[in-house]
Write a protein that binds this ligand. Structure first.
Ligand code: SAH
Ligand code: MG
Length: 224
């Protein structure tokens, strides 16, 4: 359906640079067995998240949207010693499965999965002064991206990185959304591009079947 060439580029990257270990492969096949939708980051994006997090020397990471813990494992593996990751997931079953996967990955001690609606959990975290986080990965329901970003900024410091997944909607005509979700993603991109506190770009990434998506990479400015 999408470019075969893109698909081959992704295979090439996977084979040469991003060999998945047994744990990550198990997590993906286990989720499939349980009928959970295949909407985690692809392996090449997992490795990208890991490398960005490692470069940022993260002591505290926040993730919005856990699913079954696939991206969580990549990010948690990049934590500095004694670092901690908190991941928010609305679906109790997914949160429980993710917890099991984190245990299997030997990351239970540094990852806390919080089950609940991020729109409620994030304000609680702000109230309890749980920030600032060195890196925040937003990857939940796309129509709430702006609400998550506003709260993420309240849990950040100058120099924090805010990553947002899936910022290139499906559809052949870039800038012309084909559904409600697409409309909100393009609106969010405009908001992100103009945000006075952020320096931002979109990183094109090859995802399933050669489709090109984008990962937003924003850095909180040192001063405004
Ligand atoms: N980051 C994961 C994929 C997340 S998929 C990975 O790449 O491996 C998006 C997840 O966000 C879904 O599991 C969905 O249940 C969750 N979600 C949707 N709305 C939410 C909300 N309001 N609060 C918390 N989680 C939410
Ligand atoms: Mg995603």
């Amino acid at each position: 359906m999408f470019s075969k060439r893109n698909e081959h580029i992704q295979d090439y990257i996977h084979q040469l640079f991003v060999k998945e270990d047994e744990t990550l492969a198990f997590v993906r096949s286990h989720a499939k067995e349980l009928g959970i939708p295949d909407i985690h980051v692809p392996t090449n994006v997992g490795k990208l998240l890991y490398l960005i997090a490692k470069t940022q020397k993260c002591h505290k990471i926040l993730e919005v949207g856990t699913l079954i813990g696939y991206s969580t494992i990549w990010l948690a593996r990049a934590l500095e010693p004694q670092g901690k990751l908190i991941s928010l997931e609305i679906d109790p079953k997914r949160a429980q499965i993710a917890q099991e996967h984190l245990k299997r990955a030997g990351l239970n001690h540094c990852v806390e999965i919080r089950q609940g609606n991020a729109l409620e959990l994030l304000p609680e975290m702000i109230q309890r002064h749980e920030g600032p986080f060195d890196l925040i990965f937003i990857d939940a329901d796309k129509t709430n991206n702006q609400a998550y970003l506003i709260r993420a900024l309240q849990l950040s410091r100058p120099g924090s990185l805010i990553l947002v997944d899936n910022l290139m909607p499906k559809g052949d005509h870039i800038g012309t959304p084909s559904n409600h979700e697409g409309v909100s993603i393009y609106q969010f991109n405009d908001y992100l591009a103009r945000h006075p506190k952020l320096e931002t770009t979109l990183i094109p990434t090859v995802v399933h079947q050669g489709r090109v998506d984008c990962l937003g990479l924003a850095r909180v400015k040192d001063s405004i």
